[in-house]
Design a protein around this ligand. Structure first.
Ligand SMILES: [Mg+2]
Length: 308
């Protein structure tokens, strides 16, 4: 199978059919039939930049590369339909790496009902690069954007944050079902998946929503046990990790306060970890409120892929 055509055949034989994808791997293009507005997202992972082959296995890389795209579809409250996988494989071990990538992607694709519907395969003297594009569809309720937050909105997150570098960053759980259930239950004004860190991604939402601000209750932020573990080593407070580490891939959403009450009282399926962490304000800037009511300004900084 270690030729491009052999590899494509190997994948094609294993690719499951999916409704809405009348034509998958094997022709010049795939054909999709979407029920709603098309949502398209793409993400590239490079060896030496986003992972190190050797520390991460090819199947972990395949899993993550697909999962981060599914997380972006979740952030719009969409349903994923088809994935397109372009890879540059290191010549030395191309076949084994390609099979590993596939083994990592397949269980996710099956769980989320995504067809692996095409892509491009190359081998070269350079390191592994994998770029996945996922096409999804918005539901009849429409796609949720970053830009709809309003002053007074409650801010919620779908799960605990911080410390993902202990290993969770390699196996993010895309919150697709959670997003659909929440969007079905209430009108979600704005949503984003937390990849750069809570503070930075909240900053993106506030910026896109017309330069708003927010007050976060320090004690309300769900801090992951991994953040506590890292804090024990580096001496920084766990909540700092929850605010800035990133790669959590939980969702951050803004909803009307009544809708937040409704969501927290009658938790949609799978959303038991949903927490209210703060409120959107028309006063620009991000403020952290401690238990005694004191507020301090925090920077919407997180992980910037172009800065380092
Ligand atoms: Mg995103």
């Amino acid at each position: 199978m270690d030729t491009e055509f052999g590899l494509i055949e190997w994948i094609r034989r294993r690719a499951a059919a999916r409704e809405g994808v009348p034509l998958g791997i094997g022709d010049d293009c795939a054909a999709l039939r979407l029920a709603g507005e098309a949502l398209v997202t793409t993400d590239m992972l490079m060896d030496g930049r986003h992972f190190r082959l050797g520390e991460a296995t090819p199947d972990q890389v395949g899993y993550k590369a697909l999962a981060v795209n599914l997380s972006d579809i979740a952030a719009m409250a969409g349903r994923p339909v088809a994935a397109f996988v372009a890879v540059a494989l290191p010549k030395d071990n191309a076949g084994a790496i390609a099979r590993g990538l596939w083994e990592g992607m397949r269980p996710l694709a099956e769980r989320f009902g995504v067809a692996l519907a095409g892509g491009d395969t190359n081998a070269w003297d350079g390191p592994l690069v994998i770029c996945i594009t996922v096409v999804g569809e918005a539901t009849a309720r429409g796609a949720v954007r970053r830009s709809g937050a309003k002053p007074g909105d409650a801010l919620l997150v779908t799960g605990p944050l911080g410390g993902s570098l202990l290993g969770r960053h390699l196996r993010p759980r895309p919150r697709v079902a959670e997003a659909l259930a929440i969007h079905e239950a209430v009108d979600v004004h704005a949503m984003i998946d937390i990849s750069d860190g809570l503070a930075a991604d909240l900053g993106h939402v506030l910026e896109e929503s017309g330069g708003l601000g927010a007050v976060i209750d320090e004690g309300a932020i769900p801090v992951h046990e991994d953040a506590v573990a890292i804090a024990r080593d580096d001496g920084r407070p766990p909540v700092e990790h929850a605010l800035h580490d990133g790669e959590d891939f939980e969702l951050l959403l803004a909803v009307a306060p009544d809708d937040a009450d409704r969501l927290l009282a009658g938790t949609p399926p799978g959303c038991e970890a949903l927490r209210r962490i703060g409120v959107v304000s028309d006063r620009p800037g991000l403020r952290l409120r401690s238990a005694d009511g004191a507020e301090r300004v925090i920077e919407p900084r997180g992980f910037d892929h172009l800065a380092c």
